[in-house]
Design a protein. Structure first.
Length: 231
């Protein structure tokens, strides 16, 4: 499937950005599953643009916070940024601009709901950022990013944002290692109707966080938060 100009025009209106190179816009929307199915056409997927967009996002959000919060230390700024550019938040932003409707996916990804999968949407959002940066430059992509993320930056800075700490912790550690955090219940207390669980999160054989909760899921989130706060 190749996007026609009508669809390309629709997504440009959705994001309020006009591309000079429509091929670059189409590439930013092309998932690897689609490119693999169309190998005979030598279609390029959006992974390189995703790589670039990830860095552009970090730069724009970092620069904004650097001047907006002059009293915040480096560690606090890094934690705010890690939440704001995390996959769940970027997937939400992708949904706000209906990005999934315009993605080029392979048949398998299409059938299994890839158009609404957070990981694919977040990656596509980063690729779109990379495409806008290459086509229109830093000033335009900065406006695009901050128009969407400014409210999230504020909510995270004030502590109002709902954090998925397990996802955030995994994203942080996977930037440094292929290992994944492991969660283990180390204690169960109380009667069946009012149990309390204590969970320990380990990373590369080291205890990095401990949390308690009335369910295993809550205890895992609290353990992940404990680890995240120590990073």
């Amino acid at each position: 499937m190749i996007l026609d100009k009508d669809n390309l025009n629709k997504i440009q209106k959705e994001i309020d950005v006009s591309f000079d190179d429509l091929n670059l816009l189409q590439r930013s929307l092309t998932h690897k599953s689609h490119a693999n199915e169309k190998r005979n056409l030598d279609i390029k997927n959006n992974e390189r643009l995703e790589f670039l967009g990830d860095s552009v996002l970090d730069l724009v959000v970092s620069e904004y916070m650097f001047f907006k919060y002059p009293e915040h230390p480096e560690g606090e700024l890094a934690k705010i940024r890690s939440v704001v550019v995390s996959a769940p938040v970027l997937a939400q932003k992708a949904n706000e601009i209906n990005l999934g409707d315009y993605l080029l996916l392979g048949k398998g990804e299409e059938m299994t709901g890839g158009r609404r999968r957070d990981s694919i949407l977040a990656d596509a959002f980063e690729a779109l950022v990379g495409g806008i940066y290459l086509d229109q430059g830093l000033a335009v992509v900065e406006k695009f990013i901050l128009d969407l993320l400014l409210s999230d930056i504020t909510r995270v800075e004030t502590g109002e944002h709902i954090h998925d700490y397990k996802t955030l912790l995994q994203e942080i550690v996977q930037k440094e290692s292929n290992s994944r955090p492991e969660y283990n219940v180390i204690k169960e207390e109380g009667p069946d109707h009012n149990k309390k669980f204590t969970v320990q999160v380990n990373f590369e054989d080291e205890v990095v966080g401990v949390g308690r909760g009335s369910s295993k899921k809550e205890a895992q989130q609290n353990a992940a938060q404990d680890a995240f706060n120590k990073v």
